[in-house]
Design a protein around this ligand. Structure first.
Ligand SMILES: Cc1cc2nc3c(=O)[nH]c(=O)nc-3n(C[C@H](O)[C@H](O)[C@H](O)COP(=O)(O)OP(=O)(O)OC[C@H]3O[C@@H](n4cnc5c(N)ncnc54)[C@H](O)[C@@H]3O)c2cc1C
Length: 302
């Protein structure tokens, strides 16, 4: 491992760390170490990293802001590539924007709204990166990424880079083609927005933020909705009806504010959260016959 780290460092590809605790890179503040952790400074860096991974045949995973992740206490094998400010470029051309996969979605939506561009109001309180949002087809308030994305620039495992159109991204409820069919890294995305009234857009953003503050445990470490909604039913409502709000295992607790949020109420381990998830699944299945599936991604060593 030491040899690989030295070799990677000699490639000048941004930050390279060994055994980096992922609790520092997830909004749940949970997660063991990544064997190799790389924060590239440019698209060129990421290409070099992917070549290295291919050459050594290493397992890999891209992460953004870690806001939809539950990382195992034993950490992640292989390489974790974090897309951050090094991939945070932004070009605005009329109502079309091109933005790096590492850009924060929250700051992007704030910036864009101030320019009188509409389409990203839904994203005002989603604490992810652009790349993570594209991968997840993140959404809220009746909209999502699929409504504004024209194309996404993807680096695939074999080292090829392609622009995928909206159709080719195969977006659906919180999924995209990247999740199973075609693993790759979102380097940048192009969004088509519409010109609108600046005051109305900014005010809508504020309303969305206020709604979140009233309904979600924004002051606790968490990963947003734990379960996908078994539409037309809502996971949060089922969990609330089952009387599970406030129920806890170890340091993991079902939020008193929102049934579909599990918070790290103090030194929770991934194991605590996993046990709580299983308890909720069993309870909801026994009471309502509904099989809940997680929206949060559970990753790392078993
Ligand atoms: C308080 C709170 C509220 C939230 N509210 C919402 C909401 O309203 N709607 C919603 O949809 N989500 C919500 N989320 C969940 C989360 O913010 C989104 O899923 C977000 O899109 C994840 O982005 P990320 O950068 O944090 O991704 P990460 O959590 O880092 O990663 C999630 C997945 O995306 C992949 N990924 C990350 N970056 C890339 C990339 N550049 N290329 C390819 N794959 C990548 C990772 O491999 C992983 O599989 C919320 C989370 C929190 C904590």
């Amino acid at each position: 491992m030491d040899e690989m780290i030295t070799e990677l460092q000699s490639l000048n590809i941004g930050k390279v760390k060994n055994n980096e605790p992922l609790a520092q890179h997830t909004t749940m503040k949970i997660g063991g170490p990544a064997d190799i952790f790389i924060e590239p400074s440019s698209v060129e860096d990421i290409k070099k990293v992917m070549n290295f991974i291919k050459e050594k045949n290493l397992p890999w995973r891209a992460i953004g802001r870690g806001s939809n992740l539950l990382v195992s206490d034993s950490g992640i094998e292989g390489v974790v590539i974090k897309l951050g400010t090094g991939l945070g470029h932004l070009t605005i051309n009329g109502s079309t924007i091109t933005v790096g996969g590492g850009h924060s979605l929250v700051s992007l939506s704030t910036l864009i709204s101030k320019k009188g561009l509409s389409g990203l109001e839904f994203a005002s309180g989603i604490p992810g990166s652009v790349g993570g949002a594209v991968y997840m087809n993140a959404g809220a308030h009746g909209s999502d990424i699929s409504k504004i994305l024209t194309k996404a620039h993807i680096l695939f495992e074999d080292g090829t880079i392609e622009w995928l159109t909206n159709e080719e991204m195969e977006f659906s409820y919180r999924t995209s083609v990247l999740q199973q069919k075609r693993p790759g890294i979102v380097l940048e995305a192009e969004f088509k927005l519409t010109e609108g009234d600046r005051t109305a857009i900014v005010s809508q953003m504020q309303k969305n933020k206020d709604y979140r503050k009233e309904t979600q445990p924004w002051n606790y470490p968490c990963a947003g909705s734990i379960f996908r909604n078994p539409l037309p039913q809502y996971a949060g409502k089922l969990i609330e009806d089952a009387g599970l709000k406030g129920f806890s295992i170890g340091g993991a607790k079902i939020s008193e504010m929102h049934g579909n949020f599990i918070v790290n109420a103090g030194n929770a381990t991934a194991e605590d959260v996993l046990q709580l998830i299983q308890h909720v699944k069993d309870t909801i299945h026994n009471l309502y016959g509904v099989k809940l599936e997680t929206e949060v991604e559970i990753i790392g060593r078993k």
